[in-house]
Design a protein around this ligand. Structure first.
Ligand code: FPP
Ligand code: MG
Ligand code: MG
Length: 443
């Protein structure tokens, strides 16, 4: 890559794509109910980072340079996507449908003929082949299905934020009142469900069972990750849990992403009698596993799905998955650090929320490593007067923030290593840029 290219905004290569994202998402979330429309569209109105779709689009573009002959994976989908008729408006009344060499002109009446007029009001009643498309000059090798995947991931992520803000009793998000605060818990939950449902329809219409399975598993993982946090709430009623050495060993990472796996509630092993060091190790493994489920799973599986749709070989698909996993873990650890270090007005959401919610994230786990007595406070979820202040003081004294940043840096480096396995290109450089900014971000 020429140094001059590096001086440009690395994200500019997909800015055209990103500008279409909001419009395409809007076309997926319309309903027949005006209030539902308002709540469902609410989080899309404020500027989110749009990190997940950005990554999907850049991975898609990065893999598009791979020669067709090297797309050895038995995946009819790759050809399928190119084979789809593209609808091009020629004038206001006629559409030309191009499939291969055959051109057919249809009037709108012909197109509507045979369709249930009621369905026409539903944006999703459009035929599958009306996947989002952008004029050919700026197509960038990104397939319509990959573009749709990027939109679906943002829908799912937004649905999870609506639900998360209910669970976390949040009152703000992206510098505005949060959905639950602005519209009520009930509406926020229903709007989240609605976004999830629309994402599911769009996902089914990608017509790729492997992609459907991946993304559905990621949704299940989001819930499992949240449950691991809730589960602490329930188990910590036993205040002696940590002191008696019954800290729960986590299950192994979900390294086989395609298969549905049981990350269900774990039963404490009565025979476990762990010492402090083992407790710390178990706690960190639990924390990282939870972070994988609640954050890294959606990122890694969407990267994987993007690679599956491009039809590249299994090895490359794995590198894309690992990249998303490491980036996601880095992202969540940084998120947990920012909860300690950045003020709410800059974050656009509540700060210092984790300790108030009783959550022990990386900074406090590092403090606990140096100060075993902190185990009691963690076990009782910092619910006694002065617990939160004592935990913060201990985090500062034992450099919990710096150590957490180093942990995030470790995953950033792993993600950068994964990227080296992808074809060298402008989009790979953009992915490297994003990976570095995840570590240094302040919101
Ligand atoms: C933000 O974490 C929340 C998540 C990463 C996932 C939330 C998932 C659910 C609520 C499960 C339901 C899922 C769906 C798809 C409806 P955080 O609270 O640590 O971050 P924050 O500071 O941004 O709130
Ligand atoms: Mg939460
Ligand atoms: Mg939250």
């Amino acid at each position: 890559i020429e140094p001059t290219v590096r001086l440009n905004d690395p994200l500019s290569i997909v800015s055209h794509e990103m500008s279409h994202l909001a419009k395409n998402i809007a076309s997926l979330i319309g309903s027949g109910h005006s209030t539902l429309n308002k709540v469902a569209a609410y989080y899309f109105e404020s500027d989110g980072k749009k990190l997940r779709p950005l990554i999907v689009l850049l991975i898609s573009r990065c893999l598009s340079v791979i020669d067709e002959s090297e797309r050895t994976r038995l995946n009819p989908d790759y050809m399928d996507s190119y084979d789809q008729p593209s609808y091009k408006g020629t004038n206001s009344s006629i559409l030309t449908i191009t499939k291969g060499d055959v051109n057919t002109s249809l009037s709108p009446l012909n197109i509507l003929h045979g369709m249930n007029p009621k369905l026409i009001l539903d944006p999703l009643s459009k035929p599958l082949n009306q996947l989002p498309n952008i004029d050919q000059s700026s197509n960038l090798g990104i397939l319509p299905k990959q573009r749709r995947l990027a939109e679906i991931i943002e829908l799912i992520h937004t649905a999870s934020l609506l639900h998360d803000d209910v669970i976390d009793f949040s009152d703000s998000r992206r510098g505005r009142p949060s959905g639950n605060y602005a519209f009520s818990n009930k509406m926020a939950v229903l709007a989240g469900d609605f976004l999830l449902a629309r994402a599911s329809v769009a996902l089914a219409r990608i017509r790729n069972p492997e992609v459907i399975e991946l993304i559905s598993t990621a949704i299940a993982n989001l819930v499992e990750g949240e449950f691991m946090q809730l589960k602490n709430t329930v188990l910590n009623k036993n205040e002696n849990m940590l002191d008696s050495g019954k800290y729960l060993p986590p299950q192994k990472y979900d390294k086989v992403p395609v298969k549905l796996q049981n990350h269900g509630v774990q039963i404490p092993n009565e025979n476990l009698n762990l010492d402090h060091r083992d407790n710390i190790l178990a706690a960190f493994e639990y924390y990282l596993h939870k972070s994988y489920l609640k954050t890294a799973s959606l990122m890694s599986k969407s990267c994987r799905a993007s690679a599956v749709l491009s039809g590249v070989n299994e090895k490359l698909i794995d590198h894309c998955y690992e990249f998303g996993r490491n980036l996601g873990l880095c992202f969540q650890i940084v998120d947990d650090v920012l909860d300690y270090t950045i003020a709410a007005d800059q974050l656009g959401k509540p700060a210092g929320a984790d300790l108030k919610l009783g959550l022990a994230t990386a900074p406090v786990l590092y403090a606990w490593q140096e100060e075993p007595a902190l185990g009691k406070l963690i076990a009782r979820k910092f619910n006694q007067p002065g617990d939160i202040e004592r935990a913060i003081e201990s985090v500062m004294r034992h450099n919990g923030i710096e150590k957490s940043k180093q942990l995030a840096e470790k995953y950033r480096n792993l993600a950068l290593e994964n990227l080296k396995k992808l074809p060298e290109s402008e989009s790979r450089y953009a992915l490297e840029f994003i990976t570095n900014s995840v570590l240094t971000r302040t919101k």
